[in-house]
Design a protein around this ligand. Sequence first.
Ligand code: CMC
Length: 377
Amino acid sequence: MASSAGNKTTESKGLEGVIALHTGICDIDGQKGKLIYRGYSIEDLAKNCTFEEVAWLLWQGELPTADEKHHLERQLVGERPLPPMARELMEMTPEDVDPMAFLRTGISTLALFDSEADDPSSEANFRKSIRLTAQIPVLLAGFDRRRNGQPLVRPRPDLATAANFLYMLRGEVPGEEAMRIFDTCLILHAEHGLNASTFTGRVIGATLSDVYSGISGAVGALKGPLHGGANRKVMEMLADIDRSGLDPAEWIRQRLTEKARIMGFGHRVYKTLDPRAAILRDMSEALAEERGNRKWFDMSVKVMQTMEQEKGLYPNVDFFSASVYTTLGIPTDLFTPVFAMARITGWTAHLLEQWADNRLIRPRAAYNGPQGRTTKR
Ligand code: CMC
């Protein structure tokens, strides 16, 4: 602790190791590689739950009863239709726009046409959490179809969030294995404590701003390559390795000699294997086997082994998501928006928690600029 202008302060670059608040939503043990949502291990939830059940768990603190689950699924289906202006936005957006920039603007656009946007009641905030979870996939699939000159695909009420997204993207219902794997991906990406985007959302929420402002800010933070933007960079790297014709180990060693950061490795909290990466690795292999194409999976394993040998760094959630999403036919630049499509549940759970016991979040900066200047000559 140091003293600054009469206030007690403590300093940590990048806020590493700082406890900024208490939460009952998510616990991470970075030494043991454990991830817990509301008391349940990620392995248990990934194996035994659907994305919708996990969303309810994050928002409400308990897994839903059969009735609650059914009701939530119906609400999500009912909230899917977009306001006309959101469809116009898809038409107007240039084809080469980064889908994360489209999503950020799309969320702001949805706010303009939600009569509850500025209703701060917990009931309205919960309804908006469900609405955004329902509408983000529709927005993203529509954007992708439009930029490819394809007609929009209407959502199917009999399909859950994961399956419906793949359906709207490609115009055909995915197979059972693809549906289940993608649903699990959404569970794995739904929540992760006070990461950069969630912190951003909570900082905005703590000013008593609104859900849409908090979520647009969170999307902006997720876009960066040190956070959610890494999954897209991983696939670009795998494609570069493929084009180079080099052995993946050799390619990585060369990049490390140039002091490059290898995307999809390292983590502020995990000092061992990210448990989500272990689940994604198994799913990536299962998909590769099912599709009879092990190219991206085998290359990823070689990269992983080299990073462990050379740097002692393990893959994070973004690393094996790249090969999984590519095998599922998701375009590379949609990987980070897909992350947002899942994380909307964690972000909104954190906003609801923030407002249940709010205090403005306002750290200090240590001034290191010039002193004692005067404009008098
Ligand atoms: N490749 C090469 N070196 C690395 C990497 C990496 N991916 N990650 C960390 N290092 C090195 C870094 O160069 C530094 O070495 P030195 O002390 O010799 O300068 C040391 O490890 C510590 O790095 P740091 O940047 O101080 O650590 P951090 O806790 O601030 O960063 C991180 C965490 C995730 C930003 C970083 O590991 C990284 O840049 N990884 C690549 C991007 C990535 O995969 N991001 C996704 C994060 S997890 C999912 C998500 O939140 O979206």
